[in-house]
Design a protein around this ligand. Structure first.
Ligand code: ZN
Length: 238
């Protein structure tokens, strides 16, 4: 076994309170594109950049255009959990992992069986009426055209955190509580460039900081173990 994988295996074996902090790289191996990546959506043909379309102002002003992009690029109903999702769910089942903090909005950790998942940026699987606050599943968006509406006449909005919107307080405080009490923090599939999400890892004060990412992150020099590889591949090898 590779020396780094062996070290990771030993860290996991000796840890009692692992928290996983993940980003887009965890989902790309399930076929979900990262709209922030260089060869992601930037180079594609849309009238506005993704950050503009996925902003609160844009949603309120041009909901039709928002939903055209959202349905085409943000929803991926045939994606399945990959080896990383599955391994993390197993570690929770074994009592080793206490929480997952994710920047992804696809619900794949829960699909793999994970229970305590803090979704910093919400989920495409949840939607709600802006007028009466009734909740809807993803079907409300998939099985409609244009802007989906509630029976009360209100616009249905995805429960995802758009640009210009703040993170949910209870999700953030749960994530901070978990990270600050972890003995091992595994950061995977994220370059830690998206704030305020990335700032949460500064609450970690445990023993082992593990970073698994394809590209460098600003925390690399703090890592006890740094693995530059695909996260699904790494988790399927330990
Ligand atoms: Zn309603």
């Amino acid at each position: 076994m590779d020396e780094k994988l062996e070290k990771l295996w030993k860290i996991v074996k000796d840890s009692r309170n692992i928290v996983f902090f993940g980003g887009a790289g965890v989902s790309t191996e399930s076929g979900i594109p990262d709209f922030r990546s260089v060869d992601g959506l930037y180079n594609q043909q849309w009238k506005y950049p993704p950050e503009t379309i996925l902003s609160h102002t844009f949603f309120m002003k041009k909901p039709e255009e928002f939903y055209r992009f959202y349905r085409a690029k943000m929803i991926c109903t045939d994606a399945e959990p990959n080896a990383a999702h599955i391994k993390l769910a197993e570690l929770e089942e074994e009592g080793k992992l206490t929480a997952i903090v994710t920047q992804n909005i696809d619900g794949l950790h829960q699909a793999a069986g994970s229970r305590r998942v803090y979704e910093l940026h919400g989920s495409t699987l949840r939607n709600y009426c802006m007028k009466c606050h009734k909740f809807f599943g993803i079907e409300a968006v998939i099985n409609s055209e244009g802007v989906p509406h509630c029976s009360c006449g209100g616009i249905i909005k995805p429960d995802v955190v758009l640009y210009e919107e703040g993170l949910d307080d209870s999700v953030v405080s749960g994530a901070i509580r978990s990270i600050s009490s972890a003995d091992t923090l595994i950061i995977g599939g994220t370059s830690l460039n998206v704030y305020p999400a990335a700032g949460l890892i500064r609450y970690f004060r445990g023993t082992n900081l593990v970073i698994i990412n394809m590209s460098p992150t600003q925390m690399d020099s703090n890592a006890d173990l740094l693995i530059c590889d695909r996260i699904g591949k790494v988790f399927s090898s330990i």
